[in-house]
Design a protein around this ligand. Sequence first.
Ligand SMILES: CC/C=C\C/C=C\C/C=C\C/C=C\C/C=C\C/C=C\CCC(=O)SCCNC(=O)CCNC(=O)[C@H](O)C(C)(C)COP(=O)(O)OP(=O)(O)OC[C@H]1O[C@@H](n2cnc3c(N)ncnc32)[C@H](O)[C@@H]1OP(=O)(O)O
Ligand code: NKO
Length: 353
Amino acid sequence: MGLLQLLKSQFLCHLVICYVFLVSGLIINLLQICTLPLWPINKQLARRINCRLGYSIASQMVFLLEWWSGTECTLYTEPESYRLYGKENAIVVLNHNFEIDFLCGWTFCERFGVLGSSKVLAKKELAYVPLIGWMWYFLEIVFCKRKWEEDRRTVAQSLQNLRDYPENYWFLLHCEGTRFTEKKHQISMQVAESKGLPKLKYHLLPRTKGFSITAQNLRGAVTAVYDCTLNFRNNETPTLLGLLNGKKYHADLYVRRIPLESVPEDEAECGAWLHRLYQEKDQFQVQYYQTGRFPGPIVSPPRRPWTLLNWLFWACLLLYPLVGLLAQLVSTGSSTTIISTVALCVAGSRSGT
Ligand SMILES: CC/C=C\C/C=C\C/C=C\C/C=C\C/C=C\C/C=C\CCC(=O)SCCNC(=O)CCNC(=O)[C@H](O)C(C)(C)COP(=O)(O)OP(=O)(O)OC[C@H]1O[C@@H](n2cnc3c(N)ncnc32)[C@H](O)[C@@H]1OP(=O)(O)O
Ligand SMILES: CCCCCCCCCCCCCCCC(=O)OC[C@@H](O)COP(=O)(O)O
């Protein structure tokens, strides 16, 4: 293990990263609250400010993936579609298999300049996650209870609010509605059978209502559907803890751009269209497992320095008082205090390994 890799696996480093994330997140959430009086006066300006503030939180997690762990993100897509990424609003349909799939999504958002404004149809419980959930409130994220009788009205209303959003955004939908497990797969294939639909090998049966209502409410504001299929090389099973330990993963993302006009407007036809899309996605996964790659050329966007700079900014700002405190301890503390502080740090470091 190299020196840098050893450093990345140290619990103290993890503490520092989490401390910076927590404290900066709280400060940013507070700043977001301060924008509340601006909303009735200049809503578009308040939205733009919140995009920047949201970026400053989300990009710390992207920093963890692309700079700390050095995870490689490879994009398979057509060059003519590539040119439009980040320059239009889009609905993103993504498979839901990995703990960090949302973070890979965020990483691509970052590389195409839409991280601060990215949206998702998320389960309501996530609204209460400290920092991220609170940040999402100000970013007008759409939440669902997964109870259609209630979601039908609330989701439609939240989507309507996004029609005049002042920044380009990608609206993410995990149409499978939950993360893939073998058990969920078996159940959903029974549902597929009962509906006379072909079985899927690598996906759960998609829930169609969320997609239909999104396409219906964002038509005219959004120009395309990005059909995204994500996988990791060599059967890697990436985790957030792995990233924190500096483990490098290799993500492959296949993206097809489909103009929204080619998605049927009728709800039933739109649902059937989505089922066909998932059958195609399943074939891409079959190909990936056979050949180790997706179809189409590779046009990977490079990582940008902003997530690193944002993290360094917060780290300098928030570690400065801590370092000052330690220096004071060394200069004025008794040898017993110094020895017990060092012992505490070493013990903390060991318990994390
Ligand atoms: C260039 C690069 C491009 C892109 C890069 C990629 C991505 C970046 C983009 C953006 C990033 C932005 C943010 C990312 C950050 C964080 C995201 C993190 C997490 C979010 C994850 C979640 O929260 S997922 C969970 C919530 N979301 C969803 O559930 C969405 C999907 N669900 C739906 O759409 C649902 O329809 C619903 C929620 C709207 C309503 O659900 P409900 O259950 O009430 O109704 P349904 O219609 O779905 O259910 C009844 C019908 O379903 C049939 N049924 C029953 N059992 C099953 C089963 N097991 N499987 C499938 N179907 C089933 C049942 O028979 C009913 O059928 P009917 O025919 O009678 O309707
Ligand atoms: C840089 C510092 C790192 C600190 C780590 C902070 C961790 C914050 C985590 C925020 C996670 C937000 C996204 C979670 C995605 C998610 O939870 O998806 C689950 C759902 O699809 C399916 O849920 P279910 O059907 O109920 O299993």
